[in-house]
Design a protein around this ligand. Structure first.
Ligand code: ZN
Length: 250
């Protein structure tokens, strides 16, 4: 089975459509949250993701954009985008966001958990080995997929061996993949990266595919129509920084 894992789409329609085209064919879609916020196409993105995803986990932006959580903890740019998104969303999409389940969630595939931040706390950022240590100890499955940091890669553990995972790509502007085997006896925390607002200095949309037969994870980067996505943000009157950062991948 080929499971497509998407996270942090952030209402970027151009990035999402490029990612879906590059990922096909896939059998299931597991979605790790932050489907809206920052970008200018919240309804279009939700209309694509909702019928495709077998599993959804809510993100902090999903909670704030649908009014479940106050935007007071957000910086001014994120808050402005959340307020704009809240006004833009259809009643049906607003309700769907309010009903999104909190992580951890488990798909039918055994040995897998899906979360937004950390398996221990949905809002926690797993950025370093120090952050990864407790979740790796306490995970009940061999693989946990997480998002929230917008950094593709993750952490693995086998007995006393700990590794940070950072995909290495030969190209900067073309479609590219990086394959990582899952050896027996290892535990993995895997971040597919952010589809719609990467922050690892690579502007291309990020996602991952878990091949359960081959026991490997394939990390992907795909170029998308950046100018169109930036144009939508500017036309919508959203903060200019949200358009500029897409090019920088920051
Ligand atoms: Zn996010």
């Amino acid at each position: 089975m080929r499971a497509l894992i998407l996270s942090d789409i952030h209402a970027n329609l151009e990035a999402l459509t490029s990612a879906l085209a590059a990922a096909a064919p896939f059998d299931v879609l597991w979605h790790l949250g932050d489907v809206v916020g920052y970008g200018a196409s919240p309804n279009e993105v939700l209309d694509l993701v909702r019928p495709l995803a077998q599993l959804n986990v809510r993100g902090n932006h999903d909670r704030v954009c649908c009014g479940l959580t106050s935007a007071l903890g957000f910086n001014p740019v994120a808050r402005a985008a959340a307020t704009w998104t809240n006004h833009e969303l259809t009643p049906d999409n607003l309700q769907w966001l309010r009903d999104m389940p909190q992580g951890p969630q488990t798909p039918e595939q055994p040995g897998v958990t899906c979360v937004h931040g950390s398996p221990l706390n949905e809002d926690q950022y797993i950025l370093s080995m120090r952050d990864a240590w407790a979740p790796l100890q306490q995970m009940t499955t061999t693989i946990t997929f997480f998002g929230h940091t917008h950094l593709q890669g993750g952490f693995s553990q086998k007995d006393e061996d700990w590794h940070e995972i950072r995909p290495k790509y030969a190209t900067r502007n073309e479609e590219d993949t990086w394959v990582m085997p899952i050896p027996p006896g290892t535990r993995h925390l895997i971040n597919p990266g952010s589809v719609g607002q990467p922050r690892d200095s690579d502007w291309r949309a990020a996602f991952a595919i878990y091949d359960t037969e081959a026991q490997e994870i394939v990390f992907h980067r795909v170029p998308y129509d950046l100018t169109a996505s930036q144009g939508r943000i500017l036309i919508a009157g959203l903060p200019e920084r949200l358009a500029a950062r897409l090019r920088e991948g920051r």
